[in-house]
Design a protein around this ligand. Structure first.
Ligand code: AMP
Length: 218
């Protein structure tokens, strides 16, 4: 099954995508994670996109489309994929349609996670992740069971994203409302869009997502 999770930064796309991957084997493809890995590796792509990402602006469409079109036919996407953070513009969505048609693939569902801007700012500015396994935490909403120790792997080092600060979040939200929100009518017209209240608990959102994709949950 091939899915898109659509929503502003902090809406919970990564959390839900990780759960879907773990339970059902659809591969989570996060363009943000891919770009952060490219920056960390210090190669040409990373150098090209670092300043753009630090500002909270969008990386050029052609860079992203090239990256994702190579990725979706990798063997680990055999059982399906979940696009997390892509597409983010209408030209990206059109390019995705072309790539999918060329490869004989299709989208099953586009799921929007709806969250108010004020809630997003609070969520994003408190979030951090385990440096070893990437498990996500939050200063107030989702603390590790034992302070300073990752629940998932026992790691004791944590990292915060450089662009998760109030100034950059404002730019990222502006990019979402200006450039990404127009994807909602794009997919609604195709009859594959479903919207979920992303302000509900992680478990409640997961339940709704499962219903949309026709899974009973586990
Ligand atoms: P994310 O982890 O999805 O919040 O993405 C972090 C940053 O990576 C964004 O603020 C953009 O600079 C860049 N980025 C990620 N995905 C895309 C995309 N599909 N199109 C353009 N830029 C992207």
């Amino acid at each position: 099954m091939n899915l898109i999770l659509l929503g502003p930064p902090g809406a919970g796309k990564g959390t839900q995508a990780a759960r879907l991957e773990k339970l059902y084997g659809f591969k989570q493809l996060s363009t943000g994670d891919m770009l952060r890995a490219a920056v960390a590796s210090g190669g040409a792509l990373g150098k090209e996109v670092k300043a753009i990402m630090d500002r909270g602006d969008l990386v050029p469409d052609d860079v992203i489309v090239r990256m994702i079109s190579e990725r979706i036919t990798a063997p680990d996407c055999r059982d399906g994929f979940i696009l997390d953070g892509f597409p983010r513009t209408v030209p990206q969505a059109r390019a995705l349609d072309r790539v999918l048609a060329e490869k004989g693939l299709r989208l099953d569902h586009v799921i929007e996670l709806r969250v108010d801007d004020a809630v997003l700012v609070a969520r994003i500015s408190g979030r951090y992740a385990c440096a070893s396994c990437g498990a996500n935490y939050h200063d107030t909403n989702r603390k590790p069971r034992v302070a300073g120790v990752c629940d998932a792997c026992g790691g004791t080092e944590f990292v915060r994203r450089k662009d998760d600060n109030a100034g950059v979040v404002a730019t990222r939200l502006k990019a979402y409302h200006g450039q990404t929100a127009p994807l909602l009518p794009y997919y609604r017209e195709r009859g594959i869009l479903a919207s979920v209240d992303g302000m509900a608990s992680i478990e409640a959102v997961a339940k709704e997502v499962d219903q949309i994709i026709g899974k009973s949950g586990k």
